[in-house]
Design a protein around this ligand. Sequence first.
Ligand SMILES: Cc1ncc(COP(=O)(O)O)c(C=O)c1O
Length: 385
Amino acid sequence: MRNPIGKKVVDIKPSGIRKFFDIVLETEGAISLGVGEPDFDTPWHIRDEGIYSLEKGRTFYTSNSGLKELRTEISNYIQRTQGVSYDPIKEVFVTVGGSEAIDLALRAMVDEGDEVLIPQPSYVSYEPCAILADAVPVIIELKEENQFRLTAQEVLDKVTDKTKILVLPFPNNPTGAIMEKEDLEAIAKVVIEKDLYVISDEIYGELTYSGKHVSIVSLPGMKERTILINGFSKAYAMTGWRLGYACGPQAIMEQMVKIHQFAIMCAPTTSQYAAVEALRNGDDDVLMMKEQYNHRRRFLLSEFERIGLPCFEPYGAFYVFPCIKKFGMTSDEFCTRLLKEEKLAVVPGTAFGDCGEGYIRVSYAYSLENLKAAMERLERFISKL
Ligand SMILES: Cc1ncc(COP(=O)(O)O)c(C=O)c1O
């Protein structure tokens, strides 16, 4: 029989996050600080709107681009948070999570051989999606001495005449790093000078702890060069509803919608009704969750300091990224032993790119009680090393 599997797919490594979680499921009494998913339930008034839409019999496809009401709310949201105006019909469309938007943006924009700059450590999907779109991923290694921010020089160093896209993964998963306005201004200058496009993944944009998130689309000349990606999973604790969106120039949106129309048809209808409510009346819930995340973030950082685990202070998302180099183990060894000896699961930094070696990702999307128990285990583990 001939090989049924395409080579491009076989060569892609499965996510290093999942691998650990399969082990956790089989380990009795394990505590996991591994998953990047809010521990809160979706706020009730948002769930209610989903339920109500079902009661009303709204069980049909929506337009391929999503409910007009929702696209209008998305456009209003970006206007009020970033001061940027998007046409809800031509420049906004609703996807199955930020995940689909990342995939579509890459597929719609690259030709074979185009280079896509991907700063790492970063979310696991950019590199495989770039490969599946026949592009060439070019990795930029973010450095702890720059607080894992991306610098304009790092971009310049990797730009060639084949470079087309820069992925901007901030606030960052797994480091928690954010970009300040000045950092973005320097990057925007390079992007314009080198005629690049940006895919800005701002899924953690609501979760920043040192002032408001600034989007690169708010800088002069950048709206026309950027696909802004966001979604409901993180800010509104709606991971299972599978809803995200992309905003950008009409010409690019049209091509993205075309792929979406053939591959997906439309994002889940119930979720779209719930999301309208999230954007209209969810600000207080976001704030409440954010305050709790911040409290946990500070708790973890102070615990790391107390037990002697060096960690740069991250101001975004819900992850901390301590350095474990001093223990003379690889990230994978550290995490495997921690899980085996103390039944505590965290994710090796290498799951987010080779340059994550020497770090571990600890998620604080877990209750304080869980975090306290986990820190006891981590302290015991470290004291044995
Ligand atoms: C940085 C980042 N982008 C995108 C996603 C995808 O999220 P979703 O598809 O649930 O919107 C995640 C999920 O963990 C993420 O961490």
